[in-house]
Design a protein around this ligand. Structure first.
Ligand SMILES: C[S@@+](CC[C@H](N)C(=O)[O-])C[C@H]1O[C@@H](n2cnc3c(N)ncnc32)[C@H](O)[C@@H]1O
Length: 230
């Protein structure tokens, strides 16, 4: 699972801008603004699957860097992030499935385009529920399978052929086939809402692209966890 991001770390930001026409930056700003509007003074912000640190850097415009933890299992991605955002502290090597944090210590957890890479999603969700304080927020940006109504649209051609093709130009075809395949094999945002319902209340659910190819969601940690075995 980790290999694709090790391989593309140096080119990740450039290719991200190229393949999304830069629009991912706008989505990320929107997610961070929504989260900080609801929690203007978070105790601790955890950016899971931070990669090269985009979300963590956006949080740092309003939140002290000592209160922000950018976390990712892939050191080369975070090494790139450290060069981009030298003011960020607390870079942490770690996986969502085993968060190195105390229970109920985090006010905001965020994850942009990371969940579909988790090796054990349900375990990761349990961990996120564990570390969030009651009423804490979990903000997500994610790519889902192409909605059925767009099966024969230019989106499918772009996603299935052009994305790996551009990856090939940059000698990273396998990594970008992985990106396509993890999106295609992933669940819809509606199913993600169901998976999180035991511990989270949905506050915002927006379909940002092509009726559901990309979603933005904000969840609130429910006060009384059903299964509290901490
Ligand atoms: C597509 S990148 C997203 C990076 C960044 N959040 C962004 O939006 O630009 C996915 C990231 O998920 C990380 N990742 C993979 N498996 C993970 C796991 N189990 N827990 C946390 N992060 C993981 C990868 O190392 C990679 O940096």
């Amino acid at each position: 699972m980790r290999q694709p991001f090790h391989d593309i770390a140096l080119q990740y930001d450039f290719l991200n801008d190229l393949l999304s026409f830069g629009i991912h930056r706008f989505w990320k700003r929107r997610l961070v603004a929504m989260l900080l509007k609801s929690r203007p003074q978070p105790r601790l912000v955890l950016d899971i699957a931070t990669g090269t640190g985009d979300l963590a850097a956006l949080f740092s415009k309003k939140v002290q860097t000592t209160s922000i933890i950018p976390l990712d299992p892939c050191s080369p991605m975070m090494d790139k992030g450290k060069l981009r955002f030298p003011h960020l502290k607390n870079w942490t090597v770690g996986r969502a499935e085993a968060l190195p944090l105390k229970s109920k210590s985090v006010s905001i957890a965020s994850c942009a385009f990371g969940i579909r890479n988790f090796s054990a999603r349900k375990l990761a969700f349990q961990e996120i529920a564990r570390v969030l304080e009651p009423g804490g927020l979990f903000g997500i940006l994610e790519i889902h399978p192409i909605p059925a109504k767009l099966r024969y649209s230019p989106f499918r051609l772009f996603w299935n052929s052009i994305v790996p093709g551009i990856g090939m130009l940059f000698k990273q075809r396998a990594a970008y086939e992985y990106l396509r395949d993890t999106g295609a094999g992933f669940i819809s945002s509606e199913d993600m809402v169901k998976e999180l319902a035991y511990a989270f209340k949905l506050k915002t659910h927006k379909k940002l692209l092509a009726g559901g190819l990309v979603s933005l969601m904000v969840f609130e940690r429910i006060n009384e966890p059903e299964n509290n075995d901490e």
